[in-house]
Design a binder for this molecule. Structure first.
Ligand SMILES: Nc1ncnc2c1ncn2[C@@H]1O[C@H](COP(=O)(O)OP(=O)(O)O)[C@@H](O)[C@H]1O
Ligand SMILES: [Mg+2]
Length: 214
């Protein structure tokens, strides 16, 4: 099933970032986007995940163009179907890590998965306030929060940026298993080519174009 479809997308800030971007994501598929710093990877991910509106072209999620969705439909899709793992984590700072996960549990009506907490190695710190956690721990709590809601698409922007190699490998393994088990899709933005090549397809954003290289 087609989860995401991008047609002739262009976007400009101070200068043109990219144009004529086309991309398809299907169920169970993992795609990496690589490119140099400043090439527009994060901007592209923001557009695909409905956080930013493009200058030209269209993006469809689950067969419907974002621009023609009602506000209600868009809110529901964001709440239930999209999992955003970005560098700014947007955890609720006044709360503990566990309370942050409970928000996802309540919204999605899925139980927090204890095995997930073990695999992300955050069980020990789960009762701590978010502000008391290291950057890497916060990153893993935000990953646990996103997976708890069981999204149909994961958008991840350098999700292992704060993690050591071993922890990063574990986290990536978790994403790949999740996509396989739930038949979900993932778009991973990274500057790490090794990591990128663990995805089924790899695209490169270069010279304002998105080109498939694997
Ligand atoms: N909201 C914004 N307003 C103006 N310029 C922006 C905005 N977001 C990003 N940019 C600019 O767009 C360019 C690409 O940024 P970004 O998408 O973050 O690239 P990447 O993630 O590949 O490093 C940068 O020059 C950045 O300064
Ligand atoms: Mg970026």
């Amino acid at each position: 099933m087609n989860l995401l479809s991008v047609n002739n997308l262009s976007h400009t800030f101070e200068y043109k970032l990219f144009s004529d971007v086309n991309l398809e994501l299907n169920s169970g598929e993992t795609i990496a986007i690589i490119g140099m710093s400043g090439s527009g990877k994060s901007t592209l991910l923001h557009i695909l995940s409905t956080l930013l509106t493009q200058d030209e072209g269209s993006v469809s999620l689950f067969g419907e163009e974002i621009s023609s969705m009602s506000k209600k439909k868009l809110t529901e899709i964001k709440r239930y179907d999209l999992g955003l793992i970005f560098q700014s984590h947007y955890l609720f700072n006044g709360f503990t890590a566990y309370e942050n996960l409970e928000v996802s549990e309540i919204l999605s009506q899925n139980k927090i998965d204890e095995i997930l907490l073990e695999r992300l190695n955050i069980k020990k710190v789960i009762e701590n306030k978010v502000t008391k956690l290291s950057g890497g721990q916060q990153q893993r709590v935000s990953i646990a929060r996103v997976l708890t809601k069981q999204p149909r698409i994961i958008f991840a922007d350098e999700p292992t940026g704060n993690l050591d190699t071993k922890t990063a490998d574990n986290v990536m393994q978790l994403f790949f298993e999740y996509c396989k088990d739930k038949n979900a899709g993932m778009i991973l933005v990274t500057h790490d080519e090794n990591l990128a090549h663990k995805c089924q397809k790899v695209y490169q954003l270069e010279d304002k174009k998105l080109q498939q290289i694997k």
